[in-house]
Design a protein around this ligand. Structure first.
Ligand code: FER
Length: 305
């Protein structure tokens, strides 16, 4: 092949498959690139296996006789978007202002909003059931809208660059607006060891970026099927020894049929190589609600203990 033809072929290949382990530049995000990311070859290593079995049948179905918490609508002012923003808040059964609760902030995917988790695996039901079985600590779960822009509705093409960039802007909204507003309204502990951050896909990438990037705020971090918004591992964990001391739990999961698994594998492998303790759960799912519900079940029962 002539040199110029060879170079052209390489360029075309690069255009078809976005660079491995580079964080997707929001300006470059598109549905075509997303398709290419989902079509990446899946190469499983010997340690890319389950840490946990599938949850027991009925784990996300309301059970008779189980005390129910409640989900309420919450609103706060955002200096990041200049708007009043919505979130949903789960309060455990018998929520009392006399008690202080830990808080899990739980983030959605690229096409979702503050209602997404409620629509396929209600954290309320999963936690009510775990609490009834004595397998979780009573906690508040906050379901925000992670697309921090004035029009944050989950409509139209979710892969528009402006929307992808808004998922990055959510960091300031979360830290400076949402968390203070939650802690002002509800009876919460306000230290890092009583705050967890988790999310699915785009929310998994946000969790890696904002959780590991703000270990003074979050001690518990759970990324499920993280998307290409995930920063490269060496940027996420520039000081592995310090992070290891601060983290109470780093939980990483992905399905072994998910073309995005290489993003999670990269973080797991880096963490393993640099002795950052973590849980790595590779289940038999794709990029789908089954893996997210299952991993919320496993992650939430390990929190705040
Ligand atoms: C991409 C593919 C998938 C991407 C984001 C996603 C930022 C997110 C998927 C989801 O949240 O379900 O290339 O680019």
């Amino acid at each position: 092949m002539k040199r110029s033809t060879q170079a052209l072929a390489l360029c075309l290949l690069a255009a078809a498959t976005p660079a491995l382990h580079a964080q997707e530049d929001p300006a470059q995000v598109s549905d075509q690139r997303a398709r290419a990311n989902f079509a990446r070859p899946i190469e499983l290593a010997a340690d890319d296996v389950r840490a946990f079995p599938e949850p027991p049948a009925g784990f996300k179905t309301p059970r008779a006789g189980v005390a129910q918490g409640r989900v309420e609508a919450f609103e706060y002012d955002s200096t990041v978007t200049g708007t009043r923003r919505k979130a949903n808040v789960y309060l455990p059964p018998d929520y009392s202002p006399e008690t202080k609760y830990p808080v899990l902030y739980l983030l959605h995917g690229i096409g979702g909003d503050e209602n997404e988790w409620l629509s396929f695996a209600s954290p309320a039901v999963i936690l009510d059931n775990l609490l009834a079985d004595g397998k979780a600590v009573p906690m508040i779960v906050v379901l925000p809208n992670g697309r921090a822009m004035a029009d944050d509705r989950a409509i139209g093409n979710p892969f528009e660059p402006e929307k992808a960039a808004a998922f990055g802007k959510f960091e300031g909204d979360l830290l400076d607006c949402l968390i203070p507003a939650i802690e002002a309204k509800y009876s919460t502990h306000t230290d890092r060891e009583h705050r967890a951050l988790a999310g699915l896909s785009m929310g998994g990438g946000q969790t890696f970026n904002f959780g590991l990037g703000n270990l003074d705020t979050f001690a518990w971090v759970g990324a499920f099927s993280a998307a290409p918004n995930t920063k490269p591992p060496a940027e996420l964990l520039p000081n592995p020894a310090a992070a290891s001391k601060q983290l109470k739990l780093l939980y990483i999961s992905c399905g072994n049929k998910d073309g995005l698994i290489n993003f999670s594998q990269a973080v797991h492998r880096y963490a393993k190589e640099h002795n950052v303790p973590h849980l790595w759960n590779v289940d038999d799912h794709g990029h789908d609600p089954e893996t997210w519900a299952s991993n919320l079940f496993h992650f939430s029962q390990r929190l705040f203990r």
